[in-house]
Design a protein around this ligand. Structure first.
Ligand code: CUA
Length: 332
């Protein structure tokens, strides 16, 4: 106890609290924080959070102040009438007024929380154990298929169309907006408006199996002209030099699960790899995108992502795995 102890003990307890207090602020910043915002909905919800925290803190200070006052007050007991009035006004009246005010504020925020979309850019996301299929639909342009990474233009509302292939997942980019469940047999939509360029982290927010915590993705908010330029590259076939890895990739049957535009690989069970080399991460947000990481994922996906449906290829000679990784890293 801090209050009922020796002054020296009290000082050391206060010093300990002061030493750990910066830890409470750690969750407020970073690329996966709902309080370090870069989107319109995240702005509104973080403001709501701070209003609730601020109001709660004020009430806590007032209650503790009253408690200290009551302990130190040496006057004879209050009259029954005065005590009754205090209980009435500081109890039901004050609590209901504060709760009603906060509820009104939260309800007032809700209608404008999600920006209206005009359908100009729709991004279809399908959750699978434990990765994300991503298809961009831009009016009058052919759809562009990708995986495990979401890119969107700053200042333009985007409609996410959310589905699931197997179990319930949940799509969430905390820095940009709220979360939305992805339910098998159902289509949910979520509109998001990014207002600051940057790379953020999205995650699956619903327990979906062994590797739920390893089902992440990067969300890159880009300036509109950069986004259009990037999207055009996604609709083009990857420039694939006749790398020896391509032959090995096809010969070992990788193409029955993965698709690479412009080759015989047309699989759709696993992530599209057409532009894998240009993505931020490998394995849905779990490894940096390097040749070594790709080789490691091919060799031991079961270790890196327990429960994944991709079989391991550790029986292949290491030089063949390196050649396939070199080919995949070159797909941009
Ligand atoms: Cu998908 Cu958790």
């Amino acid at each position: 106890m801090v209050f009922g102890c020796h002054p020296q003990q009290r000082r050391s307890a206060v010093a300990r609290i002061a030493a750990v207090s910066p830890l409470f602020g750690c969750g407020c910043a970073g690329r996966q924080s709902a309080l370090d915002t870069a989107g319109s909905e995240a702005d509104a919800t973080s403001l709501l959070f701070w209003v609730l925290v601020g109001t709660g803190a004020l009430i806590w200070v007032a209650v503790v102040g009253l408690l200290v006052y009551a302990i130190r007050d040496r006057r004879p007991t209050w009259s029954e009438d005065a005590a009754g009035k205090l209980i009435l006004w500081a109890g039901p009246v004050f609590s209901s007024t504060v709760l009603f005010g906060l509820l009104t504020y939260a309800l007032w925020l809700m209608p404008g929380l999600r920006p209206a979309t005009d359908g100009a850019l729709r991004i279809e996301i399908t959750g699978s154990q434990f990765w994300w299929r991503v298809v961009y639909h831009r009016s009058a342009k052919p759809p562009a298929i990708s995986a495990n990474e979401v890119r969107l233009p700053v200042g333009e509302p985007v409609e996410f169309v959310l589905r699931s292939d197997d179990v319930v997942h949940s799509f969430w980019i905390p820095s940009l907006g709220g979360k939305m469940d992805m339910i098998p047999g159902r289509t949910n939509t979520l509109s998001v408006l990014a207002n600051r360029a940057g790379t953020y982290r999205g995650a699956c927010a619903e327990f979906c199996g062994t590797s739920h915590a390893l089902m992440a993705f990067s969300a890159v908010a880009m300036m509109p002209e950069d986004f259009d330029r990037w999207l055009a590259t996604q609709s083009r076939r990857p420039a694939s030099a006749a790398a020896p890895g391509q032959d090995l990739f096809l010969r070992h049957g990788c193409g029955s699960c993965h698709r690479i535009d412009g080759t015989e690989a047309h699989g759709s069970v696993g992530p599209d790899l057409s532009h894998l080399g240009a993505r931020e991460t490998v394995g849905a947000g779990i490894l940096p995108n390097t040749e070594e990481a790709i080789a490691r994922f091919i060799s031991e996906p079961d270790v890196l992502k327990p429960g994944t449906r991709m079989p391991s290829f550790r029986m292949l000679p290491p030089e063949e795995i390196s050649a396939i990784a070199n080919y995949l890293k070159g797909l941009k």
